[in-house]
Design a protein around this ligand. Structure first.
Ligand code: IMP
Ligand code: MG
Length: 188
């Protein structure tokens, strides 16, 4: 028996509503996996997960991909205020894999301003992959059009702050099995 969104939200007033249910996540991740499997048949696929947010999405997506694939991870942190990305990114953990000749998909949890990803792509392109695209679980509406291709998008959501399924506030809520709207202030 898993605790439903009702139980989580009853015990935590910051969680105000389900944005994407666990079932919708499962179904969409299966679709993305099938699409990637078809697109990368006979290729040299490498998935790069951006830690920590993408870890749940990546592990579920991995099990829906039916072609040979390898996995690597990067950890980045953006300088600046906690709630707003500055676009200046520091690499905390780099890849173990040589990207030359690889067909790379960068797996991201959420794209807000897109600045983090923009930096990452510029950096990784210098390493000569055969191809590179992005698979983002969530893209916030109104995201600034960028210089890179979003090959795979899970869901487009309104530009509100969300948590769960890998996404955090101060490292909490990553284990929430659905995506919830997060409210900072609440009344007793
Ligand atoms: P961007 O550089 O503005 O696109 O920010 C991307 C990063 O900010 C994501 O990888 C998340 O770590 C974080 N982020 C952006 N929006 C949210 C949100 O609604 N909830 C949790 N983390 C978020
Ligand atoms: Mg975060």
């Amino acid at each position: 028996m898993s605790l439903g969104p009702e139980v989580w939200s009853r015990s935590d007033p910051h969680l105000v509503g389900e944005v994407i249910s666990a079932q919708a996540l499962r179904e969409r991740v299966a679709e993305l996996g099938a699409q990637i499997s078809a697109d990368y048949l006979g290729k040299n696929l490498l998935l790069i997960g951006v830690l920590k947010g993408a870890f749940l999405f990546m592990s579920d997506l991995a099990r829906q991909i039916e072609v040979p694939v390898e996995f690597d991870f990067m950890a980045v942190s953006s300088y600046g205020a906690a709630t707003q990305t500055s676009g200046v990114v520091r690499i905390l953990k780099d890849l173990d894999t040589d990207l030359a000749g690889r067909d790379v998909i960068i797996v991201e949890d959420i794209i807000d301003s897109g600045l983090t990803l923009s930096y990452l792509i510029r950096n990784l392109k210098f390493r000569n992959p055969a191809s590179m695209t992005v698979c983002a679980l969530l893209v916030k509406e109104g995201v600034t059009p960028s210089d890179y291709e979003l090959g795979y998008i899970g869901f487009r959501i309104p530009p509100d702050f969300v948590v769960g399924y890998g996404l955090d506030v101060g490292e909490r809520y990553r284990n929430l099995p659905y995506v919830a709207l997060y409210r900072e202030e609440f009344e007793d």
